[in-house]
Design a protein around this ligand. Sequence first.
Ligand code: C2G
Length: 132
Amino acid sequence: MKKVITYGTFDLIHNGHINLLRRAKELGDYLIVAISTDEFNQIKNKKAYHSYENRKIILEAIRYVDEVIPEEKWEQKVNDVIHHNVDIFVMGDDWEGKFDFLKEHCEVVYLPRTIGISTSKIKEDLYKVNNG
Ligand code: C2G
C-alpha cells in the first residue's frame, strides 16, 4: 500500500485544497493529512477561521482523505514519514524545494497550486462584499 502525506492549515476549504488532496491521493492508495493545530498556526502567523477540531471534522469528510493527524511543529515531518511508513510527501509548489531534505526518506512531489483561489482571497472578497 502506497502511503502519501501532506500538510497544511486547510481553513475555509476550497477547490484549491480539494484539487491538491485529489491529486495527492491519486499518487498512492492512502492519504494522511497533517493539519496545523491552532497553536502551530500562531507560529505560522496564520489565524484560521475554523478551529483545529472543526478543520479536522471537515477534512475527515473529504473522500480523498484517509487519516488526519495534527501538525504541531515544523520539525515533525521526518518523524511522521518514518512513523507512518510514508512513501510520498506532497505539497503545493508554493513550497517548491522547501522540503527536499525529506528526499532521503520518501519521494517529494510539489504540485502546481490552483490559480485564483486562496483562503485569504475568500476573506478579502467577503470583506469587500460586506463593506461596500
Ligand atoms: N493549495 C493549492 N492551491 C491553492 C491554495 C492552496 O494547491 N489555491 C495547497 C497549498 O499549496 C498547500 C495546501 O493546499 O499544499 C494547503 O494550503 P494551506 O492550508 O495554505 O497550507 P499552508 O498554510 O501553506 O501550510 O508544514 C507545511 C505547512 O503546514 C503548509
